[in-house]
Design a protein around this ligand. Structure first.
Ligand code: NAD
Length: 497
């Protein structure tokens, strides 16, 4: 089994590792001329016919690492042969690909527009065959190699997404049956879990030193509980050469915060057990606790050492919690647009591919802006009203995801995208999520609570609005009366929407 690098021209496949076997070179040797010359003389079809057997032979050669030409995966026979291997997609931007490929005698890199159109056409193909998704980055594949080798040993169907944020990078594994073989960034594993997840799944973790169980539920995401965990870790002699394992949903926020602060920062492996945490909370490095005054008011950015999303764990998740996670799936699909939105829009339970699509979307945003100073704010879509709603109702009435669903409807009303709002409402409804406010929730109190939002600037909270799926804008000024009307409409929905 080899690591096989696929991706567009200029993705860096042939230089990914020192020991990589480059099939383009093998093809040129065989053709006894540069690929560009063969293309010019005989055309692409003849080229693909000559290329295919050479690629197939390389895949059978026993080489540990192989780089494929960008178009060789167009062959169904090659794609079939790739099933035996670990397929690593080096996902390069148009800019980088063009900068590297143009002027290099590449037959398909003569015209930039056509080059980008071809890239857009190929991306879904690369995505569909990839086991690992790697962004571009200097010598990144070398650093990711241990994780790629771990992926090769993982249960079949496991995917790896390489996350880059600020100065950190880490593997995110998504699959089934993964909980028994977690990465170990430190000597001893100290587990933090909650009173529901611990008894159900805790025993499946192997080789752990100590487990600290906190009470389940958002109302325990507090400084008092964080202090209890700090002190238990200190009493147990946990050091900086050990690591935390956060097993749960809310737990990833709280234990992430503990990891960010205990001895000024220790490694944490997140093992999300809810859909919401798999697609959102466990990735991206935001950690924190709530204050009675407002949600997530005390916290830190602390990227995990690894994330392991074992989708099997969702089997025991209560259906209302699965539904709550679905609201974040819909939010993420609205941000992503394209194929992910199309998939989610069709309805049905989110599968592993949707989980991977959501977390790739979030990680791509975080890679551009770890600290919420710019583009990351799009991830707050629906959250301004959601956080206010949770805080106005004392965190006991609505789950985070339920509040996000309602917040999405308010944001879509403010966006003036009525038919999209109706579609989202139908999706949320179909998942059993609330689409109207309980009668005793006062819209004025919710709007008042938005004024405590951490993201307010000059006394006003900027909103994230949606022009269309995939076209989401942040930092939008919205008149207070319009916010009140959008929240009030949740209490008294119009007939048509
Ligand atoms: N840090 C971030 O970027 C980020 C992003 C989104 C949300 N969040 C935070 O995530 C939190 C919500 O997390 P959540 O929805 O995962 O809630 P949660 O952890 O409270 O889980 C919901 C309930 O399900 C139980 N449970 C969890 N996994 C289970 C399983 N596999 N089987 C059986 N029971 C299980 C829990 O004990 C709990 O009772 C909120 O605090 C929110 O602010 C953070």
């Amino acid at each position: 089994m080899a690591l096989v690098f696929v991706g567009f021209m200029g993705a860096g496949k042939s230089s990914a590792l020192d020991d990589v076997l480059d099939t383009d070179k093998l093809v040129e040797d065989q053709l006894e001329m540069p690929i560009a010359s063969f293309f010019a003389a005989y055309g692409e079809r003849k080229f693909r016919r000559r290329e295919e057997p050479i690629v197939l032979r390389a895949l059978r050669s026993g080489a540990p690492a192989i780089a494929l030409g960008g178009g060789s995966v167009l062959s169904p026979t090659v794609r079939e042969a790739l099933r035996e291997h670990t397929v690593v997609w080096l996902d390069v931007s148009d800019e980088t690909a063009w900068a590297r490929a143009a002027g290099e005698e590449r037959p398909l890199a003569a015209d930039r527009e056509a080059f980008e159109a071809l890239h857009a056409e190929r991306r879904p193909l690369y995505a569909s065959i990839a086991d690992a998704f790697l962004p571009e980055g200097d010598r990144l594949v070398r650093r990711a190699r241990p994780a790629l080798e771990a992926l090769a040993q993982a249960p079949s169907g496991t995917k790896l997404v390489w996350a880059v944020a600020g100065g950190s990078e880490y593997p995110v594994f998504v699959g089934r049956g993964l909980i028994g073989g977690l990465p170990r960034p430190g000597r001893r594993a100290f587990v933090v879990t909650d009173s529901n997840v611990g008894p159900t799944h805790g025993a499946r973790l192997r080789d752990t030193h100590r487990t600290i169980t906190i009470p389940a539920g958002e109302e325990h995401k507090t400084l008092a509980v964080a202090e209890r965990v700090w002190r238990e870790l200190a009493a147990e002699g946990m050091g900086r050469d050990d690591h935390l394992v956060a097993l749960g949903g809310v737990v990833t926020d709280l234990a992430g915060f503990v990891a960010a602060t205990y001895q000024r920062g220790i490694a944490v492996v997140h093992v999300p057990t809810t859909l919401l945490a798999m697609v959102d909370a466990a990735i991206g490095g935001k950690t924190g606790v709530d204050l009675p005054e407002a949600k997530n008011y005390v916290g830190a950015y602390h990227q995990p050492a690894a994330v392991v999303a074992d989708v099997d764990m969702l089997a025991t998740l209560p259906s209302e919690e699965l539904a709550a996670g679905y609201a974040e799936v819909v939010k993420t699909a609205l941000i992503a647009g394209g194929e992910l939105w199309e998939r989610v829009r069709r309805g049905g339970a989110p599968d592993d591919a949707v989980v991977v699509g959501c977390l790739r979307t979030k990680l791509a945003v975080v890679a551009q802006d770890e600290r919420d100073e710019d583009r990351r704010q799009v991830l707050n879509l629906g959250h301004t009203v959601a956080h206010a709603l949770q805080s106005a109702t004392g965190y006991r009435r609505y789950r985070h995801g339920e509040a996000v669903g309602l917040g999405l409807l308010a944001a879509l009303r403010l966006s003036g995208t009525d038919s999209l709002r109706a579609q989202v409402r139908e999706l949320l409804d179909g998942a059993g999520l609330p689409t109207t406010l309980d009668a005793d929730v006062d819209p004025e109190a919710v709007v008042a609570a938005t004024r405590l939002d951490k993201k307010r600037v000059g006394g006003r909270v900027p909103f994230v609005l949606v022009r269309s799926p995939g076209d989401v804008v942040f930092g939008q000024r919205v008149a207070p009366d319009d916010v009140l009307a959008a929240v009030a409409e949740l209490a008294h929905p119009r007939e048509s929407s």
